[in-house]
Design a protein around this ligand. Structure first.
Ligand SMILES: NC(=O)C1=CN([C@@H]2O[C@H](COP(=O)(O)OP(=O)(O)OC[C@H]3O[C@@H](n4cnc5c(N)ncnc54)[C@H](OP(=O)(O)O)[C@@H]3O)[C@@H](O)[C@H]2O)C=CC1
Ligand SMILES: O=C(O)C1=N[C@H](C(=O)O)C[C@H](O)C1
Length: 246
């Protein structure tokens, strides 16, 4: 039996994780903590799952590592500097595992992988992420990660991350933001959960790779996989890919 605690337990994702853990025969939910609540109950856990906010997550992860607790982190906001900070904390607790993944949906992980595979074959690439209007950050962690993977694949193939663009006159924001050189556009719309399109264009043809999370249960198989594996993966793991042998 793996003892699991959830940080952000009253949030959209945290509540879904609590239900998934309670429904699993090999997992026990031993603590469910939300904003402003005492974290000491977390020490009953083997693994802490964090779905809080980009402003809260770093303090939570440091606390977990310092208390010898493995952490599975779905909260967004991780850039290279933040990942380096986590590696620094882990250096003092080498037995602890932390997994940070911008998206636990298996189809989302595949979408990112397929986008990176396709990226060197097209002149142009842009990313459109679409989410529910209560999302606090933009662009999404998934879009950021996709842009980084796409840019790396294009650079390796000797291509500019961005495609050709003759637009010199535009209202601020009309061409989106640029992540690792790739244009990223964020839509916030009632009725949506989490969606992304990677648009690729070349000579006379386009390819659109689209992923849709229609319900937050889509993230649970990935979260539970990480919870079950994190104790055997000391150090920092970024993304779900290594757990899926991708
Ligand atoms: N990796 C993935 O697959 C996915 C990642 N996400 C990410 O997960 C994060 C949470 O998303 P979502 O569930 O929609 O957000 P919510 O706002 O619904 O939930 C966050 C919860 O965390 C609470 N919280 C804030 N600070 C702390 C803290 N220090 N300790 C404990 N709890 C805290 C909030 O309380 P309060 O409201 O009172 O501040 C709230 O209840 C976001 O970064 C989102 O992008 C979302 C979906 C999938
Ligand atoms: O806030 C969300 O909802 C989501 N956040 C993650 C992100 O920013 O990529 C994952 C998914 O897109 C849902």
């Amino acid at each position: 039996m793996i003892n699991v605690a959830v940080l952000g337990s009253r949030g959209r994702m945290g509540a879904t994780v609590c239900a998934a853990v309670e429904a699993a025969d090999d997992l026990a939910l031993v603590a469910a903590i939300d904003a402003g609540e005492d974290r000491s109950a977390l020490t009953k856990a083997d693994v802490v799952v964090d779905f809080t906010s980009p402003s809260a997550v770093m303090d939570n992860v440091r606390w977990c590592v310092e208390n010898g607790l493995h952490a599975v982190v779905g909260t967004t906001g991780f850039d290279d500097a933040r990942l380096a900070q986590v590696r620094g904390w882990l250096a003092a607790s080498p037995e602890v595992g932390v997994l940070v993944a911008p998206n636990f949906g298996i189809a989302a992980v595949l979408m990112m992988r397929f986008a990176a595979q396709a990226a060197p074959f097209f002149e142009s690439v842009e990313i459109v992420e679409l989410h529910h209007p209560n999302k606090v950050d933009a662009p999404s962690g998934t879009a950021r990660r996709t842009a980084e993977l796409v840019a790396a694949a294009r650079r390796e193939a000797g291509l500019d991350p961005a495609g050709p663009d003759a637009t010199t006159t535009a209202l601020d924001g009309a061409r989106g933001a640029t992540v690792a050189g790739v244009p990223v556009h964020a839509v916030r719309l009632g009725g949506l959960v989490a969606h992304q399109e990677v648009l690729l264009g070349g000579s006379g043809e386009t390819l659109t790779i689209r992923h849709d999370s229609l319900d937050r249960t889509s993230f649970m198989p990935g979260v539970l996989l990480a919870v079950r594996q994190i104790a055997s993966r000391p150090g920092l793991t970024v993304g779900l890919d290594p757990l899926l042998d991708l």
